[in-house]
Design a protein around this ligand. Structure first.
Ligand SMILES: Cc1cc2nc3c(=O)[nH]c(=O)nc-3n(C[C@H](O)[C@H](O)[C@H](O)COP(=O)(O)O)c2cc1C
Length: 161
């Protein structure tokens, strides 16, 4: 039988990069959460997806804003990955970050490796998550560096492990 625990442990073997999904809250303020469910969907048109749990704040904000940013983190940005994986009320401490704004209106995280500005063009509710398809309307790329990775429920650096 596939239990929640065995499923979680098995999918944890799939090594991923780490993104921060940004959107705008109901007051127009940038909101962010850590996500590794990001993937590209198709080239024409350029579309990506992210799966967002219904229990997150991001879910409602993103649904209402109809727009999101995907910010791929660098290896040195683990602190941001940890910070934005906490619920907003637990995000305490001195974590250094700032936002810019894309032409489309999604917040971009300054110094992320790559930023995609996405307009929601489709969504699919399944179980406790919604898959949000986003058409990429702008890409910003910083200089090349090593991506932050996540593997077996841990932050991971293939160069040092
Ligand atoms: C490495 C990592 C990846 C995550 N990926 C996702 C994801 O793809 N989708 C999701 O809904 N939550 C994901 N989470 C959990 C959210 O970051 C977490 O629930 C966060 O507190 C949500 O913030 P919010 O309630 O402010 O939106 C991930 C957490 C970690 C540490």
């Amino acid at each position: 039988m596939v239990t929640k625990e065995s499923f979680r442990a098995a999918v944890a073997h799939f090594a991923t990069g780490v993104t921060i999904i940004t959107t705008i809250d109901d007051e127009g303020v940038p909101h962010a959460m850590t996500a590794n469910s990001f993937t590209s969907v198709c080239l024409e048109p350029p579309v990506v997806l992210v799966c967002v749990a219904h229990g997150t704040h991001t879910h409602g904000y993103l649904e209402r804003a109809g727009r999101y940013g995907v910010n791929i983190l660098r290896q040195e940005q683990e602190e941001l990955g940890v910070y934005f994986a906490k619920r907003p009320e637990d995000r305490v401490g001195d974590v250094d970050y700032s936002y810019g704004t894309s032409d489309g209106g999604a917040p971009s995280l300054d110094n992320a490796m790559v930023f995609f500005d996405c307009k929601v063009v489709g969504s699919h509710v399944y179980g406790d998550h919604t898959i949000f398809l986003g058409e990429v309307e702008e890409i910003r790329q910083n200089d090349a560096s090593t991506p932050l990775m996540f593997y077996r429920s841990r932050w991971y650096n293939p160069a040092t492990e």
